[in-house]
Design a protein. Structure first.
Length: 137
């Protein structure tokens, strides 16, 4: 069964912040294995020239392929164009996610469900949940 995963690299986040893109950069992909094995492969192959990827979130999906996931996410989130930035070396699936969008999504979800306080701080896991939810449609 395919798995959608969201990974993050500290080096990529630092680079994004230094060039003015954003520090909230995440790699989204679909694999036939597990999310952990996908991140291990990212590190072994030094995808985007980096070897410090770590898994932020993953979820089983039924019938989605990577192209469909990336296309769906590109409608709502900003894709970091791999041909424009040589630093990421033609690596597809890197998205810039604005923290405000994640926060607003969580705020609406918490308000509608009546769960807990509406005072919270957005964490990387929240970004992963947001991206996976939007990728699934």
């Amino acid at each position: 069964m395919p798995v959608i995963f969201v990974a993050r690299s500290k080096s990529l986040s630092d680079w994004g912040a230094s060039v003015g893109i954003s520090k909230s950069l995440f790699k989204v992909g679909v694999t036939d294995g597990t999310g952990k094995s996908a991140v291990t492969d990212l590190n072994d192959e030094e995808r985007a020239g980096l070897d410090d990827w770590r898994l932020v979130g993953s979820e089983d999906v039924d019938d989605l392929d990577e192209d469909a996931v990336l296309e769906r996410l590109a409608k709502t989130e900003t894709v970091v164009e791999p041909t424009y930035y040589p630093r990421i070396r033609d690596e597809p699936g890197i998205f810039r996610v604005k923290p405000d969008k994640v926060e607003n999504s969580m705020l609406v979800q918490k308000a509608l469900s009546g769960d807990g306080s509406l005072d919270f701080k957005v964490k990387p896991v929240d970004f992963a949940t947001y991206l996976i939810k939007n990728a699934r449609g």
